[in-house]
Design a protein around this ligand. Sequence first.
Ligand SMILES: [Fe+2]
Length: 239
Amino acid sequence: MPESLTTAFIQQDWDAYSESQHAVWETLYARRMPALRQTASRVFLEGAEAIGLDATFIPVLATLNRRLVSRTGWSAVPVEGFLPAGEFFQCLAHRMFPTTVTIRPADRLDYVPEPDIFHDVFGHVPLHADPVFADFLQQFGGLAAAAATPAATERMARLFWFTVEFGLIREAGAVKVYGSGLISSHADAANALGPTCERRPFVLEQVLEQPFRIDELQPVLFVVEDFGQLFESVERLSP
Ligand SMILES: [Fe+2]
């Protein structure tokens, strides 16, 4: 791990969370998990179980990481807020997922523009318990960190957006959500699986050329057949 990265890391002061902050987690979990049992990838559901996500309180990252590290070597590393893209990708290349430890206020449960611990941990981290997704994300991080031109960076941002954030997967004939933006948001998931979103088969070249906007419901998303397809993509992009 390059030393320059570690300056961004903080400690999660779990005892400092208030009752009402745990209640926000409990509310968000109760809103999403029952629906996700029908609409989410089994990889998410199994991952959430494997890392021991609790329905009633904000996770203790150190406890969660003990389970995660022993499975795939990934860990969720607390950070203050947004990391510059290069540092973020460097962390991924080292199997560390920069994680916000704050939680959204109770009066803004549905939409917060910046990530919080519900998006980062509930939305992202369960997939890191899957060996194939774990390898994909590490390799993606290395490639994205090495992107040498703005155009190359843009293409990697698209790959991230249409997989890690807003990816869909076909399981037993049905399209399921796995991207964190869909896992953590009812409105985005409903849009992704509904009639107004065009769901295209995942084709790497098309994903790399597909622009996106972060401030609207997604009109186009991509469906993988399995996570092996993601791993093959980063293999193909590797020099
Ligand atoms: Fe995210």
